[in-house]
Write a protein that binds this ligand. Structure first.
Ligand code: GUN
Ligand code: ZN
Length: 438
């Protein structure tokens, strides 16, 4: 393909992109790092090439010099709830109290399209401020919330996955659909938004507690009709939740067995939490290649439990990591992995910073089945990019004086970094963060 050189942009900086899942501290083959690197972006918003920076580039192309900062693929958040921006920091003793006292109250406000539009725009701007370029988000039960979410994503040209939550019981009446309405509204949402711009619709039965068997059958029918779509739901987050779900669906072996019964498991299924799994559930997870989505800040804040990464990995299960706003407390994937690190410390497990940065980028892209489009800096990938400053705060700058390797720098960024470390966020080659702040 030829490009008008005037419309080609070159980002100059310290380029870092993963090639494979790191197999340990010294696995330098798992990533590509270019000290004085260039990411060359075409007018279509796709990456043409990456490599060493060549001074001649400045004669032909627009060069944006981000030295000494790191240039990475945009961060990916595979489990979040956009209607919960104003739920963050709600004081509750456990999951069901938190849902009933705050979340199911707040989500009722999304019947109002104007409110949904305001929050959807603020949500995506917040993701941009934190360097996140793709998310898989739950909307509320209202189709208006889906329109607001995908409309805001379209305006920003962001690759977003989302869907209306299907829920028809154990919640306030105004937050419940019916099996038929859940089916019809999901179908309409798919027709309207799936493949529109960069939007991808996800079939979203909220969790087994809020869906009747009839609604689960409708979700099953949708999954059969649209096998290419993601499915997102929650499982095994909290012990009381598990007990309630099992009472509602008796005669099944366990909680995951409910989704299995309705044929909702598979490589495109994203299962939030997966904290309290039985041995059988670990095996089903691995056999179906469904994705366990670890949400460390949420699991700590709500007090749900400590994710057992090594146990799941030992079973061969696929794992992603996410914020789970607003049970989660930070939009930042850096903060999320910092809390994840501490969770694994308490479990006697290790989280190497190479593994963390892999998970936030290529790992989560693979979990979403989107690694042919995002998650890496490579030719033909969509140019969703984050630029990180490891000296963003005085204490980080001081600590950096004693940092002597990329590995240590990544660990510092993960441990102390947040939105202040995000210098710029590019969406399809377009700078978005500085635009928000001007
Ligand atoms: N389970 C069902 N809905 C939710 C939710 O909104 N947040 C969390 N953390 N768990 C859930
Ligand atoms: Zn969630």
């Amino acid at each position: 393909m030829t490009h008008d050189p005037q419309n080609v942009t070159v980002l100059r900086g310290r380029v870092l992109t993963f090639l494979e899942q790191p197999q340990g501290h010294d696995d330098t083959a798992s990533y590509r790092y270019i000290e004085d690197g260039a990411v060359v972006i075409g007018p279509d918003g796709k990456i043409i090439m990456i490599g060493e920076y060549k001074p001649e580039a400045a004669a032909h192309h627009k060069v944006i010099d981000h030295r000494p900062h790191l240039i990475l693929p945009g961060l990916i958040d595979p489990h979040t709830h956009f209607p919960q921006m104003q739920v963050i920091a709600s004081y509750a003793g456990n999951l069901l109290e938190w849902l009933n006292t705050y979340t199911f109250v707040e989500e009722q406000r999304f019947a109002d399209a104007a409110h949904a539009e305001r929050i959807a725009g603020l949500f995506l701007d917040e993701l941009i401020r934190h360097g996140t370029t793709t998310a898989a988000a739950y909307c509320s039960v209202h189709p208006q919330s889906v329109d607001a979410f995908f409309g805001a994503a379209l305006e920003r040209n962001m690759l977003m996955i989302g869907g209306k939550v299907m829920m028809d019981r154990n919640a306030p009446a105004s937050l419940c659909d019916t099996p038929q309405r859940g089916y019809d509204e999901t179908k309409a949402g798919i027709a309207k938004w799936h493949g529109h711009g960069r939007g991808l619709y996800a079939i979203t039965p909220r969790f087994a507690i809020t869906s009747s068997p009839e609604q689960m059958e409708m979700a099953e029918a949708l999954a059969r009709e649209y096998p290419e779509l993601h499915i997102q739901t929650h499982v095994d987050e909290n012990l009381a939740e598990i007990e309630f779900a099992r009472e509602l669906f008796p005669n099944l072996p366990d909680y995951l067995g409910i989704y299995e019964r309705y044929h909702l498991l598979g490589p495109k299924t994203l299962l939030g939490h997966c904290i309290h799994l039985t041995h059988r559930e670990c095996e089903v997870l691995a056999d179906t290649q469904s994705v366990a989505v670890w949400c460390p800040t949420s699991n700590l804040f709500i007090g749900s439990g400590l994710f057992d990464r090594d146990r799941l990995a030992g079973h061969g299960a696929r794992i992603a990591v996410a914020t789970d706003i607003g049970g989660g407390t930070s939009y930042s994937m850096l903060r999320t992995l910092d809390e994840g690190y501490k969770v694994l410390q308490l479990r006697g497990q290790r989280l190497d910073p190479l593994a963390s940065f892999y998970m936030m980028t290529l790992g989560n892209a693979r979990a979403l089945g989107l690694d042919d489009r995002i998650g890496a800096l490579a030719p033909r990938r969509e140019a969703d990019i984050v630029v990180l400053n490891s000296r963003a705060t005085p204490q980080m700058a001081l600590r950096m004086e004693a940092v002597d390797s990329l590995w240590n720098e990544l660990f510092l960024l993960q441990t102390c970094g947040d939105d202040r470390a995000v210098v710029e966020t590019y969406v399809m080659g377009r700078p978005m963060k500085t635009g928000l702040e001007s």
